[in-house]
Design a protein. Structure first.
Length: 87
């Protein structure tokens, strides 16, 4: 395994690769894998749409400060602001 191979910044060892290979050769329980679900949980009955938003460094800093202060995610703060201004 090359020195550059990592997962989330953690080097992948030959032992880890051997463990994964043994798991694959033994087979997987497909039913339990399907139970995990895919992606993020929905926000309601309707599918939601992802949009890109460009912010300056100052805007992003303000957003992050507010989100941290209110113990919310960036998305929650943005959605709440949209609801207040769009009403």
């Amino acid at each position: 395994m090359g020195e550059r191979e990592t997962i989330n910044g953690v080097p992948v060892t030959d032992e880890q690769v051997e463990t994964w290979a043994a798991e694959a050769e033994a087979g997987y329980d497909i039913a339990s894998l399907k139970k995990r679900g895919r992606g993020r949980p929905g926000r309601g009955a309707e599918p939601s749409q992802v949009i890109a938003l460009r912010l300056t460094a100052d805007e992003l800093r303000s957003l992050d400060e507010r989100a941290e202060r209110e113990q919310k995610s960036r998305s929650e703060v943005i959605r709440e602001a949209l609801v207040r201004t769009a009403a």
